[in-house]
Design a protein. Structure first.
Length: 64
């Protein structure tokens, strides 16, 4: 099952985090947080079994 681990401010940031997670071997996807938004907030989704690891990676990137 897919679970949201983070919500970004824009699509570019979501794509960056998706790439980082993929490079770490985590299957990730993104989707708009609202049906009407195209470049607004986006959700980062991963498999529930990888959510803790993915969240740790994202938090580590934000600290840089």
């Amino acid at each position: 099952m897919w679970t949201v681990i983070y919500i970004t401010n824009n699509r570019a940031q979501a794509e960056t985090f998706k790439t980082i997670l993929t490079e770490e071997g985590i299957l990730a996807d993104i989707r708009p947080a609202s049906v009407s938004q195209t470049d607004g907030m986006h959700e980062i989704l991963v498999l529930e079994s990888e959510a803790d690891e993915a969240h740790t990676i994202i938090c580590g990137q934000m600290m840089k």
